[in-house]
Design a protein around this ligand. Structure first.
Ligand code: FMN
Length: 196
């Protein structure tokens, strides 16, 4: 949908944060089997006029084709903290998509634990007012844990947008076919327009 008052004629969902600069999306990738497909989200975001940088949890890094992602985004994948004095490898985020989001990272994030770079970025995003969406990907046995429900409640209170994936049955494989990577963009884009 285009906005007739917008001289750029760009779709409303892809209006950059400034006229010259594309909005910058951090894609935080956790350690799930489905993480290997994160290229789907990167490609969709780029088609929708985002610039993208990837932050992987240390465990998540092992699930990724790092060369392909770096070539696709034009940015290094971040996973560890930089050393003092080292320049920031990525521009600041206009929005953050945590996809896929593990049971582990969701619970630690909600509890304010910051022992990976990914969690450090997520824990600070709330105070910085950066629009953030999480697409959990987990099984129903994990989702049944009382801590998980509490964590989702805490994240919602923090205005984190949560994806709609219904957890798959344990021990029988995942539901990759019904995991909607683009849902992260659908959730975030209205928030970005409000900020710009
Ligand atoms: C092959 C494989 C697939 C996994 N898939 C999932 C998953 O779909 N969801 C999940 O929450 N954890 C999954 N895990 C467990 C996480 O990798 C584990 O909890 C890890 O500590 C998460 O680390 P992170 O949250 O820092 O990425 C999987 C582990 C392996 C080895």
């Amino acid at each position: 949908m285009t906005d007739p008052t917008d001289p750029s004629g760009m779709p409303h969902s892809a209006v950059p944060a400034t006229p010259e600069k594309k909005p910058f999306l951090y894609v935080v990738v956790c350690a799930c089997g489905i993480a290997v497909e994160v290229g789907k989200l990167i490609a969709a975001a780029q088609e929708r006029c985002w610039d993208v940088g990837v932050i992987a949890t240390p465990q998540g890094l092992g699930f990724l084709d790092t060369e392909a992602i770096q070539s696709r985004t034009g940015h290094p994948i971040r996973s560890a903290w930089r050393t003092p004095g080292e320049p920031r490898p990525l521009p600041p985020a206009d929005a953050i998509a945590v996809a896929p989001a593990t049971f582990n990272t969701i619970n630690k994030w909600a509890a304010g634990i910051s022992d990976t770079l990914a969690l450090g970025i997520l824990c600070e995003a709330y105070g910085m007012g950066i629009p953030t969406a999480a697409l959990p990907y987990l099984n129903a046995a994990q989702a049944a844990h009382p801590a998980y429900r509490q964590s989702l409640g805490r994240l919602r209170e923090m205005d984190v947008l949560i994806g709609t994936y219904e957890p798959h049955a344990p021990k029988v494989g995942g539901g990759a076919g019904r995991f909607r990577w683009e849902e992260a963009l659908d959730l975030l884009e209205p928030r970005l327009v409000r900020r710009s």
